[in-house]
Design a protein around this ligand. Sequence first.
Ligand code: ADP
Length: 244
Amino acid sequence: MKEEKIELIKDGKRLDGRDFEDLRPIKIEVGVLKRADGSCYFELGNNKALAAVYGPREKHPRHLQDAKTAVVTYRYNMAPFSVDDRKRPGPDRRSVEVSKVSRESLDPVILKEYYPKTAIDVYVELLQSDAGTRTAGINAASVALAAAGIPMRDLVSSVAVGKIDGEVVLDLNAVEDNHGEADMPVAMVARTDTITMLQMDGRFTKDEFERGLKLAKKACHEIYELQRTALIEKYSKSVGEGEE
Ligand code: ADP
């Protein structure tokens, strides 16, 4: 969206060989951090996201407690070595925005009223970034929350759609994000088609928006199945092996 035009589609394929409606390869690993109550490693192509969940635990300082519900915090952070040019460490405007929208994308599914006065803290670290990091982070965090045993209405799944060389495509990588015409990250409860986050950078026509949203929904269903499978595999194996 920001830089000079380069050709992103050649002979009907994207530069990384994908078709328009292909996701990048996904890998999910549950329970990778022993210290956290729940954790998940989520790979989406060249994005590598790690989520750690702590809580419910007593919220400190006490004046930040909510007498009726748990308080959910979400910290999204890109490691300095996660991009080609070293990223300046620490929070910036972008990471504050991504943290906010990501927390809001998960908030509706967490049964916070079960744990008044507590904190549920979600940390997402990007070890490698290649566009779509907020979606990878939300997918990781959703699985980590479930792994922490936090009661949830359902999992949240997330993916971006965009427009490159005038075509609506799924799951933009960094080159496509930088040189494309639009990028629209979406998060949703796939089973009920309930959208919990939708952002847009660039422009879609009404028809492109509708096609993009349909693509995102289909991909979120696929991601949801992968998230569920990863959780089931982890915990059915743990019981079988006599772990906690
Ligand atoms: P998302 O990663 O959710 O798509 P953006 O569209 O803001 O979020 O960013 C797209 C990509 O741009 C990131 O995944 C990352 O590869 C790159 N990027 C973002 N911020 C920086 C930065 N400060 N330095 C270098 N690259 C960055």
